[in-house]
Design a protein. Structure first.
Length: 309
């Protein structure tokens, strides 16, 4: 099956916008041409990806699956191309960036765009790594930079907050709490919370448990060992559990799948903190410049005031 990567890029734009006109503007092509390319992709795959009407565009079940998998495939392809290019040319400076899965959408893309704009000859090679594993890869020289969720302080590793955002609830559109505009945390006392295992982001996990206890209950938590994000989201769309995730990630996940909704969690709110991490024995001009660009990116987007520790 021959699926052109450009068709996947077109699909991702429509899946994120859920509007052919806005997606066409974003891609700098005409709307009829975009519609034709999406139909071509549907014929190639042998299934409909969108439900189209005069009022709205929705993803089909197949479309929701592709909306989760296409960015991963495109990222892997881009990484393969970049590694191949770098193998044949030593002129570019490279930064190997490991990022936590919950930063994989808006936060990561915004940061990468900022680094590319500031450093056109810099090649950033991203790879998905769970937060708890990033310090080890930095120590071993396998990564140059990490983007981690609530990481602990580690000897030999520098750390700087990049983004602080509230934690949102992700749940099936048919869940009993889906009709509520916001969800007080105490209403989750009878729910099963679907989380990543504690060892993958201990501080984040413990903050959630502490907030639940502050709300008057000990949470019933179900976790999978190193689960792929797509499987986690599929479980939420079809099950009764409630997932908790940083708001930017939750918003993207809810937009990609009509079976999932995002709701703010209040009383108390839970905060998730994303941090940049690097080997503190790396004083290279490249790393100093990359960190400066990341700070400027955070300031422009109102993520937080940089706070080195």
């Amino acid at each position: 099956m021959d699926v052109n990567p450009r068709l996947l890029q077109y699909f991702v734009a429509v899946a994120e916008e859920l509007h052919f006109g806005r997606a066409a503007t974003r891609l700098h092509i005409s709307q009829p041409s975009l519609s034709q390319q999406i139909r071509k992709l549907e014929r190639t795959l042998g299934t409909a990806l969108f439900i189209r009407s005069t009022r709205q565009v929705q993803l089909t079940d197949a479309g929701r699956t592709l909306a989760l998998e296409a960015p991963v495939a495109l990222s892997a392809l881009a990484r393969a191309v970049e590694l191949t290019r770098l193998a044949g040319s030593k002129t570019e400076t490279t930064v190997r960036l490991g990022y936590t899965p919950v930063a994989s959408f808006e936060t990561l893309s915004t940061l990468l765009n900022a680094l590319q704009a500031d450093h056109p000859t810099l090649a950033v090679i991203p790879s998905e790594v769970f937060s708890a594993e990033i310090p080890k890869h930095l120590h071993n020289g396998e990564l140059d930079l990490g983007l981690a969720l609530s990481p602990p302080s580690c000897e030999g590793v520098g750390s700087e907050f990049l983004r602080e955002e509230s934690v949102s609830a992700l749940l099936s559109a048919h869940h009993r709490l889906a009709a509520k505009p916001v969800i007080p945390l105490s209403l989750l006392h009878e729910e099963t919370l679907l989380l990543f295992p504690r060892q993958l982001a201990p501080a984040y996990y413990d903050d959630i448990v502490a907030a639940c206890q502050e709300a008057g209950f000990s949470p019933d938590i179900r976790a999978f060992d190193e689960p792929p994000v797509s499987a986690w989201l599929a479980r939420l769309s079809s099950g009764r559990e409630v997932g908790l995730a940083p708001s930017a990630f939750a918003e993207h996940a809810a937009r990609a799948g009509t079976a999932i909704v995002r709701r703010d969690v209040v009383k108390p709110s839970i905060m998730a903190k994303l941090s940049l991490m690097w080997a503190s024995n790396d004083p290279s001009p490249t790393m100093v410049s990359v960190l400066a660009s990341a700070r400027q990116c955070a300031e422009r987007n109102g993520w937080l005031q940089s706070n080195i520790r």
